[in-house]
Design a binder for this molecule. Structure first.
Ligand SMILES: C[S@@+](CC[C@H](N)C(=O)[O-])C[C@H]1O[C@@H](n2cnc3c(N)ncnc32)[C@H](O)[C@@H]1O
Length: 378
């Protein structure tokens, strides 16, 4: 099964549309993200941009508004591309050559000609994220910029616990839109705590709960290390990079920025667990334990299928209890949320109650997806 594309096509969906009623606010958010990644508007204006996996094209709108000379979009899901065309073609500046192509990324032959290559929300959960990243990196010209996203077991733990509960609770024999409606109601109060959310609840359920994540997650460190021979880190969101060296203190061509970025990421890994707080950096060994246990829980949850029996879920819940003790040493608030999640399971098992309250589990989200920009060495 091809990640994303087969699931989206089979269900005739592209569950990534955003509310852009306030287009200025949407553009302000995208400009802020781009700035953190070093993607200043002047890099785009008059330049060449390639975007993989634009989905419905809502994020592409801002790129298009910066008037690139050439903007090529490639996505394997025709459903999203219908919406992307409707959104982008009427708004295309006269000076931009725009192409929107239905194709699998792997099937497009790399040419290192683009100033900017974007691949947002598609690398983690691929079957071979490292291979796909290397392939996409081959389109960036020397001095150009590559933007991708990463997710790890720590940053998606909270959402994956929603998935765990949902997989055992949802009536698996119902059509997917009915399942999505029931689950959107179940998680409605939880999602409503995210005031800045721009995606609809049903789309969130379709993409995060009902979407099978059979592939591999891919962390910030893995992104950097996969292309470290040819690319240097430029920026991240969230922005956790530290660089205190005198810039002249550089003795070889390799500026050491990638090693430093991976170290910053590992020292701050616990900060990806809960978006509500921020703590001081921690020793590497402590965060390695957190990463290992969280990744195991997330991987085992991903192997479940809709309608999983409480018996199949029980060993995973046991591992969550172990993780609960590790998390208690990081944040009392996050530990309380994990504890409340476990209490719901202890009380009710996996009985779907759309109106139930998850107590302080409601409102706990990780820093789910991170953005990384890297520039290709000249
Ligand atoms: C989760 S959506 C992200 C959409 C948009 N970039 C965003 O961030 O909102 C992932 C998109 O990538 C596309 N995609 C994923 N893997 C692909 C592949 N191997 N080839 C072509 N398209 C792919 C999917 O069809 C989907 O439109």
């Amino acid at each position: 099964m091809r990640p994303f594309v087969d699931y989206y096509k089979a269900n005739n969906i592209s569950p990534v549309a955003q509310n852009i009623d306030d287009l200025d606010a949407h553009f302000a958010r995208r400009r802020h993200l781009a700035r953190l990644l070093g993607v200043v508007p002047a890099l785009i204006e008059g330049g060449s941009v390639l975007e993989f996996g634009p989905g419905t094209g809502h994020n592409a709108l801002w790129v298009l508004a910066q008037r690139p000379a050439r903007y090529d979009l490639v996505d394997g899901n025709p459903v999203g591309l219908v919406q992307a065309r409707e959104l982008l073609v009427p708004r295309c500046p006269a000076t931009t050559s725009l192409t929107i192509r239905e194709a699998m990324i792997e099937e497009v032959a790399p040419e290192p000609i683009y100033d900017l290559v974007l691949a947002e929300g598609l690398l983690p959960t691929q079957n071979d994220p490292a291979g796909l990243l290397r392939h996409m990196a081959g389109f960036v010209k020397p001095g150009g910029v590559l933007v991708v996203t990463a997710m790890d077991g720590v940053s998606v733990l909270a959402e994956r616990l929603c998935h765990l509960y949902s997989m055992a609770a949802v009536p698996a024999d119902r059509p997917i839109d009915e399942q999505a409606k029931v689950l959107a109601e179940l998680w409605g109060a939880h999602l409503s705590t995210l005031k800045a959310m721009t995606r609809g609840h049903v789309d969130w359920v379709l993409d995060n709960i009902l979407h099978p994540w059979r592939g591999r997650l891919f962390s910030v460190a893995e992104v950097i290390e996969t292309v470290t021979d040819e690319f240097d880190i430029l920026g991240t969101s969230p922005h956790f990079l530290q660089e205190w060296r005198w810039y002249k203190d550089l003795r070889q061509a390799d500026c050491g920025a990638n090693r430093s970025a991976v170290a910053d990421y590992m020292a701050n890994l616990h900060n990806f667990l809960d978006y509500r707080g921020l703590a001081e950096p921690r020793p590497d060994a402590d965060n390695q334990t957190l990463m290992q246990l969280s990744s195991e829980v997330v991987r085992e949850i991903s192997m479940l299928t809709p309608g999983a029996t409480p018996g199949e879920v029980a060993p995973i819940v046991e591992k969550v209890r172990e993780l609960h003790k590790v998390i208690a040493r990081i944040s009392a608030r996050t530990a309380q949320s994990v504890g409340d999640f476990l209490a719901v399971i202890d009380t009710d098992g996996f009985v779907l109650k759309p109106t139930r309250s998850f107590a302080s589990f409601e409102g706990w989200f990780g820093r789910g997806q991170q953005y990384i920009s890297m520039t290709r060495r000249c």
